[in-house]
Ligand binder design. Structure first.
Ligand code: ADP
Ligand code: MG
Length: 344
């Protein structure tokens, strides 16, 4: 069961997934902690309860911003926290979706790494579903690169990218796919990288706006993180409810885009309409690096992450090693705008 306390366990099971599948998924998340589980249902209920924060216990302050799955508030709960309140609308009544939310929470509580935001708990009583994490001071890479136009010196870019690779390598080792790695979800505070919003993409289905249209909305600046295999599935899906084929390899592709932004202070395919980007990426056409003034190693990392075939992309531990091998003293940044689109 994925339920915690109200005794209506069976109603929470996704009608599309067998009960056994869900139980297995939850149990595989749970049993590593607790080798002496003799009653998996009681154990899961008890552990989930530990992470359940009554909404009334939170001191919710001002809204910081709105994203795809809800609104983030600054708050206080034993110190500063960020509270992501899901915009569930009436869909919170949907028991299968509540079960999916709890499943994501069961996964989040397994993450402990210095480059990952600290998950502190969740409000799991409908209609108020919320995720409570540590509050990230500092700025997102998106703000630094695209709003403040801070040019990263290459050595700093390598340090930031290495920390992202370490956090991501940890997530993948835990069997967690980020699904939404982008510069808006990476904070930098006094040189330390903190990755947020891992594993939450499927909670999108809980949310009002997405449900209403019954098709995937493409937020600005999102397409360029999507690997060709995901872009191609977007096209095939059209009006049906999206269940995008995210994998560890698609996270690698997204990392490639973050690496490009760090190097070039810009988006790949800048200024191109969505249709053009979809057409090109779906056919394996990449942003050209011919005008990027960087050594071979830097471009090789980028091109390997952006490989058309998912299996040709490296894993994050290989990325971390490759970043270490970049000869830092040789690096020169082109003073002119380095990124012009051309077909490669
Ligand atoms: P997005 O990732 O698209 O910006 P989110 O819903 O994740 O959308 O975030 C909304 C706003 O809240 C953003 O400005 C984001 O930087 C901020 N935010 C999200 N998580 C945190 C956090 N843990 N600490 C501080 N600010 C956060
Ligand atoms: Mg975010």
């Amino acid at each position: 069961s994925t339920n915690t306390s109200n005794g209506s366990d069976k109603t929470l099971i996704d009608s599309n997934a067998s009960e056994k599948t869900l139980l297995d998924r939850v149990d595989s998340v749970d049993s590593q902690d607790d080798p002496f589980i003799w009653n998996r249902q009681n154990s899961l209920a008890a552990t989930m309860k530990e992470w359940d924060i009554p909404f009334e216990d939170l001191h919710v302050k001002e809204a910081i911003g709105k994203g795809r799955i809800g609104t983030v508030y600054r708050g206080v709960w034993h110190g500063d926290v960020a509270i992501k309140v899901l915009d569930t609308g009436s869909s919170a009544d949907n028991n299968a979706q509540l079960a999916a939310f709890k499943l994501e929470i069961a996964i989040l509580r397994k993450t402990r790494h210095e480059n990952l935001v600290l998950f502190m708990g969740a409000c799991m009583t409908p209609p108020r579903l919320a995720i409570v994490t540590s509050f990230c001071k500092g700025q997102t890479l998106y703000t630094m690169i695209h709003l403040n136009r801070n040019a990263f010196k290459i050595n700093k870019a390598i340090i930031v990218a290495s920390q992202i690779a370490q956090g991501m390598s940890y997530l993948h080792a835990r069997g967690i796919i980020h699904k939404d790695l982008r510069t808006k979800n990476v904070f930098v505070d006094s040189g330390k990288v903190v990755i947020t919003d891992f594993g939450l993409f499927h909670i999108t289905k809980l949310c009002r706006g997405v449900q209403k249209e019954n098709r995937l909305r493409v937020p600005k600046g999102w397409l360029c993180y999507l690997a060709p295999e995901i872009i191609r599935s977007l096209k095939a899906m059209q009006h049906s409810q999206p269940d995008l084929p995210f994998t560890k390899m698609s996270d690698l592709y997204a990392f490639g885009t973050v690496w490009y932004e760090l190097l070039c202070n810009d988006w790949p395919f800048r200024g191109q309409p969505c249709e053009t980007v979809i057409w090109q990426v779906g056919r394996g056409i990449k942003q050209s690096l011919s005008t990027v003034a960087a050594p071979r190693e830097v471009k090789e990392i980028l091109m390997s992450c952006w490989a058309f075939r998912p299996t040709e992309r490296p894993d994050f531990s290989q990325i971390a090693k490759a970043l270490n091998r970049i000869p830092r003293t040789r690096l020169i940044r082109s003073p002119s705008h380095p990124c012009q689109l051309s077909r490669s």
